[in-house]
Write a protein that binds this ligand. Structure first.
Ligand code: ATP
Ligand code: GCO
Length: 198
């Protein structure tokens, strides 16, 4: 079977789609998401930047977020993804998207095919070490346990690929691009009102 074609930047006439790199804190969402956006020549939206100041202060103080903290955050990310993808043909966001209900809300709000790249871990110790070494970030390593407890498995109906968060960044990028190349949505899936503005 020939290898999946690596996706090129979404063609001008191709229907838009959005991508979210998801997973717990420290799994590598921002690192992979930024590289995917560079390779796809599209916008990268750092989910951390969409939190309210109160939510950042809450996490910084060692308290996990709850649904009420996350709903407006998820809506802001979805709006940003939708606008960027309608302009560029696609867009990538880094967002933990821990619960299925969060992912469904994102997909509903984005209003176009939404693909998830899930960075899964079998070794939370590796992630804890990454967080411990990260200095310029509000997220304490102590919140990793609550992240893992909140994370819900992907359903078989979710359009997602699961990668190993402990793999090397270049391997993760190659695997993600190969899957995206296979998954590029057909025009038929795009609601008429989500097509790029002519
Ligand atoms: N594949 C990888 N292998 C080893 N280290 C990595 C990998 N990906 C990211 N890192 C490192 O792990 C730390 C966390 O990475 P990153 O910020 O991308 O994770 P994140 O999931 O976005 O975290 P958060 O959700 O807390 O923002 C960084 O120091 C980064 O350099
Ligand atoms: O509660 C959550 O869903 C997570 O805390 C994320 O929203 C954090 O912003 C991210 O992991 C930064 O560390």
């Amino acid at each position: 079977m020939p290898p999946s074609p690596e996706p090129t930047p979404n063609q001008a006439d191709a229907p838009p789609y959005a991508l979210i790199v998801m997973g717990v804190s420290g799994s590598g969402k921002s690192t992979l998401g930024a590289e995917l956006a560079r390779r796809l020549r599209c916008a990268f939206l750092e989910g951390d930047a969409f939190h309210s100041a109160d939510s950042v202060a809450k996490m910084r103080s060692g308290q996990p977020l709850d649904d009420q903290d996350r709903w407006p955050w998820l809506d802001r990310i979805a709006a940003g993804l939708r606008n960027a993808a309608r302009t560029d043909g696609t867009a990538v966001a880094a967002c933990s998207a821990l619960k299925r209900v969060y992912r469904d809300r994102l997909a509903e709000a984005v209003g176009m095919p939404l693909l998830f790249v899930f960075l899964d871990t079998k070794d939370s110790g590796e992630l804890a070490r990454r967080l411990a070494h990260r200095t310029e970030h509000y997220m304490p390593a102590s919140l990793l346990a609550s992240q893992l407890d909140t994370l819900e498995e992907l359903g078989p109906d979710e359009r997602a690929v699961t990668l190993d968060a402990e793999d090397a960044p270049d391997r993760l990028c190659a695997e993600a691009l190969a899957w995206i190349g296979h998954e590029m949505p057909s025009a038929a899936e795009i609601p008429a009102d989500a097509r790029p503005r002519s």
